[in-house]
Design a protein around this ligand. Structure first.
Ligand code: UN1
Length: 520
């Protein structure tokens, strides 16, 4: 531990209580709306990463509760699917308005539960509002196609129908926005939702679900279109295994994906997977270094390195590496680490002691493999010692070591040097994960190559912008061990619906396709 203890002015418990109340959740008994009391009697303690103390206790849903929530959501779906999509859109529009009105308390809860700095917590709420806007627009555009039939006086067309209950499993680091990406789309698509937030960040989930419930009540729409279940993996089993959940959207570790994907596949369900990332940026000799430094620092140190899109690998041309590292070193040394509610703070706490352990182990492994720490990695004393504040680290490594090829969900940026652009591209792609990637260059040939078929193999390939902070307008997701799912914008909505292909014969004849002759 270095330096003096920085003051922690925020009282997480008081902030959480006031924010829950503002969103219509009883702070003395925080529980999901529209659900019967849970069966187990077990409960989860919510620990704030700001000071390591318990801020609330939430009753745990067991497998029987989750099973009941799925059955109830299915019943609600039978009615909801017949409501016209533009009418469903009104619900999501009202949800977006309520989220906007409650952006401060929602951001408070994200700050208390995750440790996000104010601007990023507000940004997460904005991301929810943005996806509501997108979904409202989509509610009038869930279009099918009419295709040329090979037969005369025939029409070939497709219609998109609601699919049923969509299960959503979300992670601690985007405890509300990932639900909104899924729920806003699912609701306009005519589906209902059962949401299992991380049991370590349930409070903002309870608040967001309460606002949706309020929106539905105000508009005279059904209660329980979304059912939130605060459960662990065992309790959540019905979401994974029930045939009443045709689509399961899961965000989390690669381990989570390996556990659930085969089970969803075994019942022929559809899984939308958003798993790990190990995102790289290439900095070429022509890069605008001022811009690159800013892009790199936000992507690598923002959210204390705990986004799935966090920049974890920097692949720098040898001609600019020394200068870039010197500049990064200066900026990292000055990064304000501390109370995330202090507007001057840029780096809040790590989520947990386990995150801190994983970070230290990763840095040690990189050093043992011949790497050297350029800057950071040390603990910063903020408030009581039960919390884990660190200076984000930059570690230069001689090669893409095993530890570099793994995702460590903490602020460690590995730096590799390259000579030829093709070598940089190969390094970018030579990891199991395939979520996000970036190139900083002013050379159009390099930029085009990076985004071409032989360039980055990731779901996101950016030019002169970091790897994180995607807008919701595009499809979000990645390849390889990232899981292949796509959420949010573009045509991601199709994954939340089923397609019916229809051939209509309006002739007086019965010509068979492929010219088949079957008598008469
Ligand atoms: C995540 O970390 O799970 O692109 C999602 C981004 C955000 C979403 C991150 N819009 O960084």
């Amino acid at each position: 531990t270095t330096g003096p203890t920085t003051e922690l002015r925020t009282d997480p418990r008081a902030v959480a209580r006031a924010a829950l109340r503002a969103c219509g959740v009883d702070p003395d008994r925080p529980a999901p709306p529209a659900t019967s009391p849970t069966t187990g009697g077990a409960a989860f303690d919510v620990v704030s990463p700001l000071d390591g103390q318990v801020v609330a206790t939430v009753p745990a849903a067991g497998a029987a509760d989750v099973e009941a929530a799925v059955a109830a959501a299915h019943e609600t779906w039978l009615r909801w699917r017949t409501v016209p999509a533009p009418v469903r859109g009104r619900l999501v529009r009202r949800l977006g308005d309520l989220l906007t009105e409650h952006r401060e308390p929602l951001a408070d809860l994200i700050g208390v539960e995750v440790g996000k700095i104010r601007s990023e917590a507000l940004g997460e709420v904005q991301e929810m509002v943005d996806v509501c806007d997108l979904a409202v627009g989509l509610s009038r555009q869930l279009e099918g196609r009419t295709l040329p039939s090979e037969r005369p006086e025939h029409r070939l067309s497709e219609t998109w129908h609601p699919v049923g209950v969509v299960g959503v499993i979300s992670a601690f680091n985007f405890p509300a926005a990932v639900w909104a990406w899924n729920a806003a789309l699912a609701l306009v698509c005519g589906d209902t939702v059962v949401w299992k937030p991380s049991e370590r960040t349930p409070l903002v989930a309870l608040a967001a679900s309460a606002l949706l419930e309020r929106a539905a009540a105000e508009l005279g729409m059904p209660a329980g279109l979304n059912r939130t279940v605060v459960a662990d993996a065992t309790g959540a089993a019905p979401l994974v295994d029930s045939p009443l959940v045709p689509v399961l959207s899961a965000t989390g570790s690669e381990r989570l994906g390996r556990e659930i994907a085969p089970r969803v596949a075994a019942r022929f369900g559809r899984a939308i997977l958003e798993l790990g990332g190990n995102n790289a940026a290439i900095v070429t000799p022509s890069a605008d270094l001022d811009l690159a430094v800013r892009g790199i620092v936000f992507a690598a140190a923002g959210t204390a390195g705990q986004r799935c899109t966090t920049l974890r690998r920097l692949i720098v041309h040898e001609s600019v590496a020394d200068e870039l590292l010197a500049r990064l070193s200066t900026v990292y040394s000055g990064l304000r680490v501390g109370d995330p509610f202090d507007p001057a703070t840029l780096v809040g706490p790590l989520f947990s002691a386990a995150t801190h352990d994983a970070m230290r182990a990763a840095v040690d492994e990189a050093v043992a493999g011949g790497g050297s720490v350029v800057v950071g990695g040390e603990r910063v004393a903020v408030g009581p010692q039960r919390a884990h504040y660190v200076r984000p680290a930059v570690v230069e490594v001689p090669a893409q070591l095993d530890v570099v090829r793994r995702e460590t969900f903490a602020p460690v940026l590995y730096v590799l040097r390259y000579r030829e652009f093709e070598e940089a591209l190969a390094l970018n792609n030579d990891v199991p994960q395939g979520l996000s990637s970036a190139v900083f260059t002013r050379d159009q040939r390099e930029a085009e190559l990076f985004t071409s078929v032989v360039g980055s193999d990731c779901g996101i390939a950016n030019v002169n912008i970091g790897t994180s902070g995607a807008e919701i307008g595009g499809a979000f997701g990645g390849e390889k061990s990232t899981g292949g799912g796509r959420e949010a914008g573009s045509d991601s909505w199709r994954a939340y619906m089923r397609r019916a292909t229809t051939t209509v014969n309006f002739s007086r004849d019965l010509p068979l396709a492929q010219g088949v002759d079957f008598g008469s």
